[in-house]
Ligand binder design. Structure first.
Ligand code: HDE
Length: 695
């Protein structure tokens, strides 16, 4: 390459043009700038004009090419899941699963398969904020030795609708309303709740979306689900049903709604920054892939239809078996090339993995190919490196826009008598399960899909009291944003079928005096056993690893204490970020400089899992007069976070009406106590405080 490269010189001399603009030239040691056609460019600061003051000439091919390319930089954003963030990594198979599947990825213990994963929100556009109340996409592309396998899942195991034909309706309803073009990335509006209240099959999903699952602390702390029932096929095409579940190694964690709203203002990129920072720090996020395996007998005996995507199989009924681990260890070099252009498709399954007749999955298998052609603009989207298989491949597809890999030779068809080119392989190739067809062609929802409330009730009753309260508050918040009273009432009628006290609480907070009759239920709801696996708080993390403490410091503090806290967090696998009145940091009592990552206005406590107030009495006094510092403390308290504080911090605590010994979440901090503070933080939040603040 660079034909025009000149020697690098250390003393860069920038020359000024006639108008004062700065020129950096190849003579300064840079590569020569060229057009996309490779022609060297003499001047990239000024378009070609007649005279110094114009007009500009259309003859300027460099200007024309540069502007043309810029004008075409955007491709259509995904119609759903537009806001997303991806990373590379690998999947490691634990043990062979030969008994269940002939999929190559599950044949050898220790097999390493490269993956690309993209997390996303559903409703918001590409530039929307990360902490919307929404389902998160959890899409994994495995580059297996027998073709790409895309497990295009969500962080919630059920879905809003049972039949793919309703997908455009639910998505239209949740997206900005078409006349006004808002609200962005929010379900709290009439159209969404109108559709939901008219669609009883969405009730199970609604309970999940109103729960804290829909406001995760980070992608690293979420579960993932393939949602649909799939099939595994062994060497003899014997079928086993399977549901796919991802379990995060760091455990599950969500934020509070009031916190989510503030995070969106403080750092709209909170989730993507979290993933970026973790991977850059070498703290690679990890999940275990677990399988729920079952046969036709279980399917026949289960209370619900395993083809109904609004239902899950409780983990207490079929225990998920860990079969491998996913590690994300590398960010893309270029966001557009990979995260934006990656094309996931449910129909990408390797031999040994097959579909069930779930009507949502069947519809998805049709939709995803269309979407890729629309977005990427060419049937050759598999030529883009992130979408190309990493195993050998050979076919006779050719030509088309932007064809990058073009076959050599004369033969582009088979059979042929030249003995050239690839041939099919009945043994290795993908074979579909020979499911016999059932019944006549018709547009009908099976009766086995008709119970819309029992699992919604099971989910709600399986939550802890704190989580139930969050669900009620979310319903109140969302429905309070609806302008049409009839929508609120219709929802209360549904909630009465899920849980009476929940319906009454929500109705009371919405000012509905007369409870409506319960909604007509096609099938009377039944009481199912509670499933503790459905709750986040009943399954707490084992440690504080992967979390972050924000320490608010000022001049004159003990540098050794800050260091001790940083060390205690590091040995837990957690991190300390320092916040100071000035971004330059603070001067410790011993004269050393403690660098700060945030200044107090830019580092609100919502960005951290717990906080430490390491202050001198004078510093606390000064910060007590600063609204950002006061919010730092009062938000941390309201969000039930653990707050460690030096004695000197008292004035700041008292400025926001918090007694330094108000509850056991306020911990005195001194040399020798940091490890205890970190150990306490393993509880993540002091939920008893929420009860005390808002009984
Ligand atoms: Fe998707 N979905 N979806 N979806 N979906 C898309 O494909 C669609 C559904 C999911 O990070 C689109 O490439 C239909 C369930 C994820 O790039 C589109 C139906 C689940 C992603 C599409 C569903 C998902 C998508 C838009 C109902 C969880 C983002 C862009 C039948 C199991 C993938 C694209 C990424 C993306 C269609 C329902 C997950 C339009 C028709 C259920 C994670 O093809």
């Amino acid at each position: 390459m660079p034909k025009f490269k000149s020697a690098r010189i250390h003393d860069q001399t920038l020359t000024r043009g006639a108008g004062g603009e700065l020129h950096q030239t190849a003579e300064d040691g840079f590569d020569t700038l060229t057009t996309a056609q490779g022609g060297p460019v003499a001047d990239d600061q000024n378009a070609l004009k007649i005279g110094a003051r114009g007009p500009t000439l259309i003859e300027d091919f460099h200007f024309r090419e540069k502007m043309f390319h810029f004008d075409h930089e955007r491709i259509p954003e995904r119609v759903v899941h537009a806001r997303g963030y991806g990373a590379h990594g690998f999947f490691e198979t634990y043990e062979p699963l030969i008994e269940f599947t002939r999929a190559d990825i599950f044949q050898r213990a220790g097999e390493i398969t490269p993956v690309f994963v993209r997390f996303s929100t559903v409703a918001g556009s590409k530039g929307s904020a990360d902490l919307a109340r929404d389902v998160r996409g959890f899409a994994v592309k495995f580059y297996t030795q027998e073709g790409n396998w895309d497990l295009v899942g969500n962080n919630i195991p059920v879905f809003f609708i049972q039949d793919a034909i309703k997908f455009p309706d639910i998505i239209h309803a949740v997206k900005p309303e078409p006349d006004r073009g808002f609200p962005q990335a929010q379900s709290a509006h009439d159209n969404f709740w109108d559709f939901i209240s008219l669609t009883p099959e969405s009730m199970n999903m609604i309970m999940w979306v109103m729960s804290d699952r829909a406001i995760p602390r980070s992608f690293r702390f979420m579960e993932g689900f393939g949602v649909h029932t799939f099939r595994l096929l062994d060497e003899n095409d014997k079928s086993t049903f399977v549901k796919f579940i991802w379990k995060p190694k760091l455990g599950m964690q969500s934020v509070m709604w009031n916190e989510a709203v503030k995070i969106n203002g403080a750092d709209p990129d909170f989730h993507r920054r979290d993933l970026w920072n973790a991977i850059q720090a070498g703290d690679f996020p990890e999940w275990e892939l677990c399988l729920q395996l079952f046969d036709q007998d279980f399917a026949d005996s289960f209370d619900f239809d395993v083809l109904d995507p609004t239902k899950l199989i409780p983990e207490e009924l079929i225990k998920p078996i860990p079969v491998g681990r996913l590690v994300l260890d590398r960010m893309p070099d270029n966001f557009f090339a990979e995260t934006e252009q990656v094309a996931f498709m449910t129909q990408n399954v390797p031999p040994g993995i097959d579909f069930s007749d779930d009507p949502l999955l069947q519809g998805r298998n049709f939709s995803y190919l269309d979407t890729q052609l629309k977005r990427l603009g060419s049937p050759n989207f598999t030529h883009i490196p992130v979408n190309a298989p990493k195993c050998p491949f050979a076919h006779f597809q050719q030509d088309g826009h932007m064809a990058m890999r073009n076959p050599k030779g004369r033969v582009n068809y088979q059979p042929n008598s030249h003995g050239l080119g690839p041939r099919e392989d009945p043994q290795r190739g993908h074979r579909s399960h020979a499911t016999p067809p059932e019944g006549p062609k018709q547009r009908l929802r099976p009766e086995s899909f008709a119970d819309h409330y029992s699992q919604a009730r099971q989910f709600y009753l399986s939550q802890t009291a704190v989580e139930q309260k969050h669900i009620a508050s979310a319903l109140v918040f969302e429905l309070a944003k609806c302008e049409l009273p009839v929508i609120r009432e219709r929802m209360i009628a549904h909630l009465l079928n899920i849980d009476g006290p929940l319906a009454e609480t929500v109705a009371e907070k919405l000012g509905i005096k007369m409870l409506p009759d319960p909604a007509d239920a096609a099938v009377a709801p039944v009481d199912l056993p509670e499933s503790p696996a459905l709750s986040i708080l009943s399954n707490p993390p084992e440690s504080f690893a992967g979390r972050k403490v924000g320490a608010l410091i000022c001049d004159g503090v003990d540098a050794a204490l800050v260091q001790e806290l940083a060390d205690a967090l590091a040995s837990e696998g957690a991190m300390l970020e320092v916040i100071a009145p000035k971004i330059g940091g603070a001067r410790a009592a011993d004269g050393s400089l403690i660098p700060a990552m945030h200044m107090v206005d830019g580092g609100p406590s919502v960005l951290f899992d717990a906080v430490a107030l390491i202050l001198t009495p004078e510093g606390a006094e000064r910060l007590a007069g600063d609204v950002a510092a006061r919010d730092f403390v009062s938000d941390a308290f309201a969000h039930c976070k653990f707050i460690a504080h030096t004695q000197g911090a008292t004035a700041l605590l008292e400025a926001v009406g918090i007694e330094p010994t108000a509850d056991e979440g306020l911990l005195p901090l001194d040399l020798g106590t940091c490890a205890d503070f970190v150990a306490t933080c393993r509880q993540i939040r002091l939920w008893a405080r929420e009860r005390a603040l808002k009984p």
